[in-house]
Design a protein around this ligand. Structure first.
Ligand code: PPY
Length: 279
């Protein structure tokens, strides 16, 4: 059977482009409506691709909220895509017609300067993806709504045209995507891992305060990124930490063992720890 890959849809999203860059034409692509549903698709599909972070606007919150409750699969690789946003309108609309701009929160966040300078009175509305925004503009009966999306959307959906190209706040704009596998193909010489760490009540020395420095000392690996989201428990202000760790180049052969020892040490202090990615 052909390999099936879930992605944040519809066709025309940046996630679809990242998935295509990775898997090319060798697989069947299955769109999902949200990032949460894309991660859940690993219950039935072989792979899933989700955006992880952007160089202008930072981490993608929905992805980390989905990773908090990930039940099946793990991250096996990453893809980096250069992002060039366009202001896309219904054919015939001019900039002066636009009073509402719709897109994924990430795209709106990456184009704040353009919106403040060129469309200061327009309202903005978050959508589940950039291509979902383009699709909505394509179906709109009026000329007053614009989407921020990739230029591909103009050929994917009808009656659209590009009004302005390259509207992101910096020309250098990249998004990093995670590729997850249901039964991941882990590269034996992996150099990155993503740890999901949730402190449990009572696992900190002072009982009430969680001490991040203490956790990092216990981990004792090179941590290159930290993301934090509220933990999926009823306890208020208890957070789940996502720590991206990398092997130190000097002792590459000892790295898998170092990683498992680090995890045992952290578990020994009472934290819930899982490796949710190796690449
Ligand atoms: O909405 C999309 O097209 C996505 O794939 C999410 C996203 C949005 C903006 C930049 C990178 C990824």
């Amino acid at each position: 059977m052909k390999v099936r890959v879930g992605f944040l849809g519809p066709l025309g999203t940046y996630t679809h482009q990242a998935a295509h860059e990775y898997f090319q034409d060798s697989v069947i692509y299955n769109e999902r409506k949200t990032i949460a549903e894309t991660l859940e698709s690993l219950e039935t599909l072989d792979y899933a691709v989700v955006p992880r972070e952007n160089s202008i606007f930072g981490s993608v919150i929905e992805t980390f909220d989905g990773l908090k409750v990930l039940k099946r699969g793990s991250i096996q690789d990453e893809v980096v895509l250069k992002i060039q946003h366009c202001l896309v309108v219904k054919k015939g609309a001019r900039l002066s017609d636009i009073d509402c701009v719709i897109s994924h929160e990430q795209a709106l966040g990456q184009c704040q300067k353009f919106l403040a300078e060129r469309l200061p009175s327009a309202t903005t509305t978050g959508m589940i993806s950039t291509a979902a925004a383009a699709q909505k503009v394509s179906k709109s009966q009026t000329l007053n709504v614009a989407a921020i999306c990739s230029e591909i959307c103009v050929t994917t959906f009808e009656n659209l045209e590009i009004l302005v190209r390259g509207i992101q706040d910096q020309n250098s704009n990249y998004t990093r995507f995670f590729v997850l596998g249901r039964n991941p193909d882990i590269n034996p010489s992996f150099t990155h891992a993503l740890l999901r760490v949730t402190p449990q009540r009572g696992c900190t020395d002072s009982d009430t305060t969680f001490d991040l420095t203490e956790l990092l000392k216990t981990i004792d690996l090179s941590v290159i990124h930290i993301d934090r989201r509220p933990a999926p428990v009823s306890e208020p202000f208890l957070d789940t930490y996502f720590l991206e760790v990398v092997s130190s180049s000097k002792k590459a052969s000892e790295w898998p063992e170092q990683l498992s020892q680090s995890i045992s040490r952290v578990r020994g202090k009472g934290y819930l720890v899982e490796i949710i990615g190796r690449w």
